[in-house]
Design a protein. Structure first.
Length: 132
């Protein structure tokens, strides 16, 4: 244990977990799919494709860049935006608590970065809805 350790971060799985936790706070009906599916009938129907463009964890901080593509049920592209953010630095915690809580420290920084990105994306999605 120590700073010489390598940590494997499954950012795809973390993004999926974060999305499943956060998306229902923004939309009334939400479902996760590994392929394009039509959403249930609603006033605004969107298919959101989220891709990880860049992910890094360095200097006790997560750095993430995600691309969001929003389609209507006919698969017309309505929005294509890339957002980047860095999570809160956890340097003090990493030095103070050591490797035993490293996974929760990493997760907190990743959640901070993803939270910032999702907040900006949902603002753009709201503008898209307002203009339709």
């Amino acid at each position: 244990a120590g700073l010489g350790n390598d940590w494997i971060i499954a950012q795809g799985e973390m993004l999926k977990q974060f999305t499943e936790e956060v998306m229902p706070q923004y939309v009334t009906k939400y479902s996760f799919a590994d392929h394009f599916t039509l959403p249930p009938k609603a006033k605004h129907q969107y298919i959101v494709d989220i891709s990880i463009v860049r992910f890094d964890f360095a200097s006790a901080r997560a750095y993430a860049t995600l691309n969001f593509k929003v389609y209507n049920p006919k698969h017309d592209l309505l929005l294509n935006r890339t957002y980047g953010a860095q999570g809160n630095s956890r340097t003090i915690e990493m030095w103070a608590v050591g490797t035993f809580t490293m996974s929760s420290i990493i997760q907190a920084s990743v959640s901070s970065a993803y939270g910032d990105i999702f907040h900006r994306f949902m603002g753009d999605l709201q503008k898209l809805q307002d203009n339709q």
